[in-house]
Ligand binder design. Sequence first.
Ligand code: CP
Length: 305
Amino acid sequence: MTFKGRSIISIRDFSKQDLLTVLSHAKKLEKTPQPNLMKNKVMATLFFEPSTRTRLSFVSAMEKIGGSILGFENTDTTSVTKGETLWDTIKMVDQYADVIVMRHSIEGAARLASEASAVPVINAGDGANQHPTQTLLDLYTIQKEKGKLDGLNVGFVGDLKYGRTVHSLCIAMSHFKTKMFFIAPKALQMPKSYLEDLKKNNIPYVLEEDLEKVAKDMDIIYMTRIQKERFTDPVEYNKLKGVYQIDASLLKHTKKNVSILHPLPRVDEISTDLDETPNAAYFRQAGNGVPVRQAIIGLVTGKLK
Ligand code: CP
């Protein structure tokens, strides 16, 4: 499928070849920077929901390939406070920019924005639904850390119910030979629809509550935060927060070369004593957001093929 003019809304819209195309361009851009690739092009970053990594790595990515940026990092100073609709906001911004990067708390908001927009919209996270560019950088990280995407056992730990990064990565990894482990309390387990998709695609998976019990089997441990902002009931959040807290002692129960990923931010689920171990891949993972997002910007604007 051609990327030019295409919005990036859900990882479900990607074929295996599409995923590999993005990774291949990211690798080339990391090796050979292209400082003029997006010269005279403008990227709008519309963040209706907080972000550190996603927004900053998109900004860094665009600046390093010669483009310029406009946008907002919260809606306090925008006409959203006066009641302007998302549709109308996009109808204007698409005249000011060549590509729009948007994060919103409402599931489906990115799809709606792409219907309003004359330029590609890149979903930087819509509620608990999807975060496709995070998934692409997660795949890139796995490929860099392990040298392959096939034949890996991937364990997802924590908030699998609301974790959009988990949902997207689970779909993407289904294109490869993999076994998945979902480690979560029952109340935060993977939504059934994702498990049904895995069954349809003959991807083996295990549901488990005890991380230590299955840690030895994993090549990748993908930790996630229990997301306070996704709970409607604070009592429920207080029951579940802190349920998984790993530290360097976990490595006694894992393969020697297990890679620990986390989309970040973390709260208390990964102790800082893991940071200096070679297994801690999460800061390298955040850095990989730059070449991967450069590749995505270049592809959807037709500057890369
Ligand atoms: N991983 C991620 O989406 O981080 P931010 O919320 O800081 O953008």
